[in-house]
Design a protein around this ligand. Structure first.
Ligand code: ZN
Ligand code: ZN
Length: 178
C-alpha cells in the first residue's frame, strides 16, 4: 500500500473529527479494497496480520465508529451476522441464502422509486437499501450436482403450471366449440 492512500484516509478521518489511529486507517483501507462484505470476525482475521495483537473488541469498535460516521456501510441480513461494506456509493445487494455471499448490484432505477404520498405522514427518508435474497450460481450448480431437493424444486416448479395451462387451454377450446 502506498503512503499517499494512508494520507488521504488520515485526512478523511480528521475531517470527521476522528482521531487518526493505525487501526482505523488499516481497517478502512482493507474494507474499501475488498468486495466480500466481511463480518466483524472476517475483518478481524484478515487484518490481524497487519495489526498484530489487535483485539476483537477494537475491530468491533472501529467498525462501529466508521459506520456511525458514514464512512462504511452496515448490511444486516435477515439471518446471520452484520456485514460491512467499504463501498458507500448507492447500490443494492444480492444475498445468497446458502453460502451467505453478498454480491454488489448497481441499478439506479431501484432507488428512484417514489413512496406514495399517502404513506408520507412527515416521514423523511434518509437512506434506502434494497436486498435480494436468493441462491448464487455456484450454490445452484452444487445443488444440481447433488440432486439436492432445493435445487431440483426450482426446476420442477414449472411443470404443474404448464399442465394447468394445458388444461385451461383444452377447456377454452371446448367452450369455443360449444
Ligand atoms: Zn451461494
Ligand atoms: Zn456492497
Amino acid at each position: 500500500m502506498i503512503q499517499g492512500d494512508y494520507e488521504e484516509i488520515a485526512d478523511m478521518l480528521r475531517s470527521h473529527g476522528l482521531q487518526v489511529t493505525s487501526q482505523r486507517i488499516l481497517i478502512y483501507d482493507y474494507l474499501v479494497h475488498t468486495n466480500k462484505h466481511p463480518s466483524a470476525q472476517q475483518v478481524f482475521e484478515d487484518v490481524f496480520e497487519s495489526l498484530p495483537g489487535i483485539s476483537k473488541a477494537t475491530v468491533y469498535n472501529t467498525l462501529e465508529t466508521l459506520s456511525t460516521h458514514g464512512l462504511i456501510q452496515k448490511i444486516n441480513p435477515q439471518s446471520g451476522v452484520t456485514r460491512y461494506d467499504g463501498n458507500t456509493s448507492v447500490h443494492s445487494h444480492l444475498i445468497c441464502t446458502e453460502c451467505h455471499r453478498i454480491i454488489d448490484y448497481f441499478d439506479d432505477a431501484l432507488f428512484s422509486m417514489q413512496v406514495p404520498e399517502t404513506l408520507w405522514t412527515g416521514f423523511e427518508i434518509k437512506r434506502t437499501c434494497v436486498i435480494f435474497y436468493g441462491v448464487c450460481e455456484e450454490c445452484r450448480n452444487k445443488m444440481e450436482d447433488r440432486g439436492d431437493k432445493k435445487g431440483a424444486k426450482a426446476t420442477r416448479q414449472v411443470m404443474p403450471l404448464k399442465r394447468n395451462q394445458r388444461k385451461v387451454d383444452a377447456w377454452l377450446t371446448m367452450k369455443v366449440k360449444e
